[in-house]
Design a protein around this ligand. Structure first.
Ligand code: NAD
Length: 483
């Protein structure tokens, strides 16, 4: 299958004539090609988005809300296709792709459609004048997304961006382009005005960085790795573009002695290994109060070993394949490093490969790994690994738990597990992250702010924060001088 760019309402081949192969993580086989777009493709996409700005920005919030609903309806009709494309493209289990990726991609459009219907300006009265604040579009947005939650994250940006009257250019990850293409097909079928949503495929250093640096792009919403985020900021900041950066994480799951053990083991296992540990919010450091360390460890390792690894297309698979050969090698490198740093693998580890059969033989497979005994400041305990490997550490008391949790350059998320809710809240308040869950994980209310602090990013998306980022407030102060 050969994908095309989507520019000015048309599917177009790249002017570069060059392609990138798309590989299926579960088999290692090439099964599609995406255009390796060049500067001219980017130029055309920016031109298209700029031409569509005026008319689209002039529509009312209600009219744009209706368009978002039409997109959601179009995606709804292809729900199962989204799930199977996403599962094949990323290697994630089909049940996860169905219940999380397909579900959230559709609800992102519905959620923002509803928010827009109720969107009103603000008023601030003075003794002698009145202020009216309205939201104006920023202009043209570059929306750049990673491979772990392809349509989920793209729709999280497209919906509020066009909802607030911007026109956009999407640049999905070159590793997982299929559902971005499906979204363009839906947008085309429903007849969204040409140029409102454009898409250029390609690599980060090419299409991605050209978009970020293009003077015709007014805002950049980027989700991806921290090093790439720094590069995006370096390029965009001197041009004073609006930037939102959703970056990496090294999140702690803090387990107290008074937790509900069964529910916590289940929750911490899910948080550590969902999507093979390839979710920015995954709890990759498990901190356990010493009083229950041995009991918890035993139950946790058992629960990790019970996870069913298998064909992503199979309904009972719980752990699928790793996104790419290169990423698998990176994660395996960290497993080897953990031994050098003094760790002991409680399950999985160097040499404990997964043997898959038939068509899955050439895929990127790895057993989940739990490592104990590492210093809390070791590289494996503080760097983002982004795979099925977690470290486990004992702690004594709240203060020590907070200190370890904060001992990393990242600050995205975390979770606290305790039956003492007051303690849960106290610990959460002291974690230097953007989001903390108590006795749950990845429990999302789309109205809440999403994003991190420190090297996990800049800004927030979600609910009114997305509407704020994707718009410019205009304050008009009116004084009536007539008697
Ligand atoms: P990545 O940074 O390699 O790539 C992300 C996107 O940026 C891709 O589309 C890529 O082509 C593009 N890109 C690469 N170089 C670029 C450049 N110089 N200029 C512009 N675009 C460029 O990240 P990845 O490997 O695809 O994703 C994994 C990372 O994403 C992890 O670090 C993970 O924590 C992070 N992530 C963060 C969140 C969040 O919300 N904070 C969510 C999901 C993933």
């Amino acid at each position: 299958m050969e994908l095309k760019n989507y520019i000015a309402g048309e599917f177009k081949e790249s002017l570069s004539g060059e392609w990138l192969d798309v590989e299926e993580p579960a088999t290692g086989r090439k099964y599609a090609k995406v255009p390796l777009s060049n500067a001219e493709d980017v130029e055309m996409a920016v031109e298209s988005a700029r031409s569509a700005r005026g008319q689209w920005g002039d529509l009312s919030f209600e009219e744009r809300s209706d368009w978002l609903t039409r997109i959601a309806d179009g995606l709804e009709l292809r729900r199962e296709e989204i799930a199977s494309l996403e599962s094949r493209d990323t290697g994630k289990p089909i049940t996860l792709a169905r219940n999380v990726d397909a579900e959230r991609s559709i609800s992102n459009f519905r959620f923002f459609a509803e928010m827009l219907k109720n969107h009103r300006g603000e008023e601030f009265e003075m003794s002698d004048a009145m202020n009216y604040v309205s939201s104006k579009p920023v202009g043209v947005g570059a929306l750049i997304t990673p491979w772990n939650l392809p349509l989920y994250l793209l729709s999280w940006k497209v919906a509020p961006a066009i909802g607030m009257g911007n026109t956009v250019i999407c640049k999905p990850s070159e590793l997982t382009p299929m559902t971005a293409n499906l979204l363009m097909e839906v947008i085309d079928e429903i007849g969204l005005p040409a140029g409102v949503v454009n898409l250029v495929h390609g690599d980060g250093g090419g299409a991605g960085s050209r978009l970020v640096g293009h003077p015709g792009v007014d805002l950049v919403s980027f989700t991806g790795g921290t090093a790439t985020g720094a590069e995006v900021a370096r390029t965009a900041a001197p041009q004073f573009k609006k930037i939102s950066l959703e970056l990496g994480g090294k999140n702690a799951s803090i387990v107290f002695g008074d937790c509900d053990l069964d529910a916590t083991v289940k929750g911490v296992t899910r948080s550590a290994f969902l999507n093979q540990g390839q979710v920015c919010l995954c709890g990759s450091r498990v901190l356990v109060e010493r009083s229950i360390y041995e009991d918890f460890k035993h139950e946790f390792v058992q629960s990790v070993e019970d996870l069913r690894i298998g064909d992503p297309a199979s309904e009972d698979t719980e752990l699928g394949a790793i996104i790419s050969r290169g990423h698998l090698e990176k994660v395996e490198g960290y497993v080897a490093l953990s031994i050098k740093e003094g760790g002991v693998c409680l399950t999985g580890g160097p040499g404990s490969s997964v043997s898959m059969e038939d068509r899955l033989k050439g895929g990127n497979w790895m057993r989940p790994v739990v490592v104990e005994g590492l210093p809390v400041d070791s590289r494996c305990s503080t760097e983002e690994i982004f795979g099925p490997m977690v470290t486990i550490h004992p702690f004594d008391g709240e203060e020590m738990a907070i200190e370890i949790a904060n001992n990393t350059r990242y600050g995205l998320a975390g979770s606290v597990w305790t039956t003492d809710l007051e303690k849960g809240r106290r610990v959460a308040e002291n974690m230097r992250t953007g989001m903390v869950w108590v006795n749950t994980w990845l429990h999302r209310d789309l109205r809440t702010p999403f994003g991190g602090v420190k090297d996990s990013g800049v800004g927030r998306e979600g609910g009114k924060w997305s509407l704020g980022f994707f718009s410019e407030p205009l304050n008009v102060c009116i004084k009536d001088n007539s008697d």
